[in-house]
Design a protein around this ligand. Structure first.
Ligand code: FAD
Length: 452
């Protein structure tokens, strides 16, 4: 059942696709129950979870292959639990960098230079370890997206999903009986064809979104002039210890329209490394924007969206790819139970009800995580546009004066203020404000709640 078939040929899945190419695009319709747009963490993990229930389908990706930039890396316990459920945790652990290598986040002048502060991260704070052990049998690990996606795609394609890269989803049309016809294009031949499916997953339901607003070392040198495109940076390990990603933040108010030359990038990065003797080679450069955006609804009939298509936010707290996997896990068993007649289709409504509020909470947390860094920048003297003022404030930090004591206290408080980013076990495990929902149900006073 569910095997892709080409209806224009009348032969159930036995006719090769090459034959379909000779037919006019208007009459070429591939039939499948499940069509997933995207082979990123959301699409590929959904295919894996659906395959676990014995379901088959097609997964498309506009890109020629899996991720070519190692964007996501912090893989949290909730996501690993989902992958454990389908037997993939072990494979992930073989390629993961484990907790000991991600114990701290640091603030420093350069990778080799003076350290300003550090904070325990990702469940490694001795005071918080018990919370993490109690919350999950899994532990945080570091798996670059470039490594995780091939594992997911390999698993999905070996368990019932056909994956077609270099194939773009163009549009869809719902049919009266509930099926959906999607128009797709092979990017190499420009040949377009149609895929009829019972369910469609993952594409960007951007019409649902009304407004689009907008192991880690923070490197900053308040007492020096910085290039506007690289005001500060998060330097993040990709492979221990010779491949790194530099997430450059532009100076406040400097806009985003920069086109630094490779030499300018190289010079900026060398300064941030702080050791001229190390050879540096740039492997790739890409641009991304900070968003704070969640779709108002994740599903419409038999069309379901997940992943970055419905929630976009900065990488603070490392919630993006992790939430994609958890969205997919939530959806897959419901689809399977509905398709197999084990559950009423109304079960599918619970996907949006359960996951949309999680999306709203992660975009809020991730953006708050970024905002929580502003007091650190402030305490280090980064925020003043005038270099001489920045020098004075930064020097103050190490002075044995009342002002120095006050500034160090300010920095300490600011660093502590970032703790929710690095030990946000609740949001990582998809927990939300219980007090708020209880308030909504029982309008009692704060005193009553606190006295309970
Ligand atoms: C610098 C950085 C660091 C990050 N760090 C973390 C982290 O530590 N932890 C974490 O959990 N997350 C992190 N993230 C977020 C994470 O990368 C994203 O949340 C994740 O990639 C989203 O997965 P996705 O599958 O929804 O979308 P994507 O990864 O964007 O994949 C989209 C897929 O859809 C396909 N596609 C798009 N349009 C079409 C079309 N028209 N037709 C066919 N296919 C199409 C693409 O080819 C691709 O396969 C980070 C992001 C950045 C930028």
């Amino acid at each position: 059942m569910n095997k892709p078939t080409i209806t224009s040929t009348g032969i159930n899945g036995t006719k090769p696709l090459e034959t379909a190419k000779t037919t006019s695009s208007a009459t070429t319709v591939i039939e499948t129950d499940l069509l997933i747009i995207g082979a990123g963490p959301a699409g590929a993990s959904l295919a894996c979870f659906l395959a676990q229930h014995g379901l088959k389908g097609i997964m498309l990706a506009a890109t020629p292959s899996t991720a070519d930039t190692p964007r996501a890396h912090i893989t949290n316990m909730a996501a690993l639990e989902c992958l454990r459920d389908i037997g993939l945790e072990e494979e992930c652990m073989k390629v993961a960098v484990t907790g000991e290598c991600m114990q701290h986040t640091r603030w420093c002048r350069s990778m080799a230079g003076e350290e300003f502060a550090r904070i325990y991260s990702w469940g490694n704070d001795p005071v918080r370890m018990g919370d993490y052990d109690a919350a999950s049998p899994c532990k945080h690990v570091d798996i670059p997206q470039t490594v995780l996606e091939p594992i997911l795609v390999h698993h999905a394609t070996h368990n019932g999903f056909s994956c077609r890269f270099d194939t773009s989803f163009l549009s869809f049309q719902s049919e009266p009986l509930g099926t959906i016809v999607s128009k797709v294009q092979d990017n190499l031949t420009k040949h377009t064809y149609e895929i009829r499916s019972k369910y469609l997953f993952g594409f960007d339901l951007s019409h649902a979104i009304e407004n689009r607003i907008g192991n880690l070392h923070w490197v900053m040198r308040p007492d020096e002039e910085q290039p506007a495109f690289g005001w500060t940076a998060i330097v993040r390990m990709v492979k221990p210890w010779n491949e790194w990603m530099f997430i450059l933040f532009p100076a406040p108010g400097a806009g985003v329209d920069f086109s630094p030359s490779p030499e300018e990038y190289l010079s900026c990065i060398k300064t941030m490394v702080g050791d001229d003797s190390l050879p540096v080679k740039i492997l790739g450069i890409s641009k991304w924007f900070i968003n704070e955006i969640v779709a108002e609804y994740y599903s419409d009939g038999n069309i379901f969206c997940l992943g970055d298509a419905v929630h976009r936010h900065p990488p603070l707290n490392g919630l993006g790819s992790n939430t994609c996997i958890q969205d997919a896990y939530n959806l897959a068993w419901k689809i399977a139970y509905t398709m197999k007649g084990k559950a009423n289709p109304s079960l599918l409504d619970s996907y949006n009800l359960e996951r949309q509020p999680v999306g709203a909470s992660i975009i809020t947390r991730a953006n708050q995580g970024l905002r929580d860094h502003a007091p650190v920048w402030e305490a280090l003297g980064m925020m003043d546009p005038c270099l001489s003022v920045r020098k004075k404030l930064f020097t103050e930090l190490s002075e044995a004066t009342p002002e120095g004591v006050a500034r160090r206290q300010k920095l300490q408080t600011a660093i502590e203020g970032t703790a929710h980013e690095f030990h946000g076990v609740g949001v990582e495990m998809n927990q939300r404000q219980q007090v708020a929902s209880r308030m909504a149900q029982y309008p009692v006073s704060w005193e009553t709640i606190l006295n309970d």
